[in-house]
Design a binder for this molecule. Sequence first.
Ligand SMILES: *Cc1c(COP(=O)(O)O)cnc(C)c1O
Length: 408
Amino acid sequence: MTETPTFVTHLECSETGKSYEADTLHGLSETGKPLLVRYDLEALGAAIDKETLAQREPEFWRYREFLPVRKAENIVRLGEVMTPLLPAPNLQAEYGGDEILIKDEGRLPTGSFKARGLALAVSMAKELGIKRMAMPTNGNAGAALAAYCSRAGIETYVFCPDDTPEVNVREIAFQGANTYLANGLINDCGRIVGEGKDAMGWFDTSTLKEPYRIEGKKTMGLELAEQLGWQVPDIILYPTGGGTGLIGMWKAFAELEAIGWIGSKRPRMVAVQASGCAPIVKAFEDGTKHAEPWVDAHTIAAGIRVPAAIGDFLILNAVRESNGFAVAVDDDFIQAAQEDCAKKEGILLCPEGAATLAAYKQELASGRIGKKEQAVLFNCATGLKYPMPPAGDAIDLNQPIDYASLAS
Ligand SMILES: *Cc1c(COP(=O)(O)O)cnc(C)c1O
């Protein structure tokens, strides 16, 4: 058995700071809040340096010292590549900002960054002997859970709102999950998991209700800093549903500063939501610690249609401490940004990723984002998983082809 060097000391309630034992099963803390994994950062910093890291494979397991899996044999792999940071010169020229970088997470297994979180959650589930996992999902998380669990030999139960994009539902089922469609939203599906878990022997893998998805999402912050030469950008625009990625990156930056790899500069963290489901934006503007559940949530960006997030206060803290903000964009603006990026940069964003571009354009114009700020936008899934407008004019092979008529 190979031990990977790991520096986990304990888990900690994100609200009260109360300590919980590592290496045993945990869901939420006693006060019903997410648990955060804590490390012996001094020992971690002494065990790895940037030069050693630079020699490793270009995949996120290169950050294994920063991750909780103890035994290498428990790591469940599907090819967790480092994702590219793509410049967008044509959009920069058009919108007037100096530097836009798109972190294209659609290259990860199952086509979305949910693979980061679920690779960790499932590897830890394997390490802790979990046999059955359940989850509410708007699509991408369920697909990643199904894939990693099938790989690990763990049984899965996935509950989606009945208007989840069909390609996601089929992908989940095809990869081996017991898949159900409920006539409600993701929080209604979450209730099914919560109420059924004891009777069914499910481990609840809902966003932030287990401690390890956030550690997987943390790799986005580690990877981004490494790709920028151990610097952080000026501003990060993140499509925010449950907020795991935003919270995870914020944690990554704190850990990197603690070991002296980056300084005290932080990117301004911007939580982007859709106007039809913007609980975090409302709480940010109202100056409250928690967000009220959003009534009548709707948006084409399914991944951020999350009416209530259990980690709302963690998202809001990071946004406020970083001098960032939370902002909502309309669906038609999201669609326009998606088309702009596809036609002008050849990058097929998912609607959630397009929301960050729409927010960038909107807030560059309003002055909330400065022209000189180096901006990183997160495209969290491949655009191929989402419906596109119908296209393709017919050609009749029984008639002569009028080539001149084909020119656009
Ligand atoms: C899940 C998801 C999000 C939201 O991510 P959180 O970290 O849960 O806020 C954004 N975009 C896509 C494509 C997603 O699948």
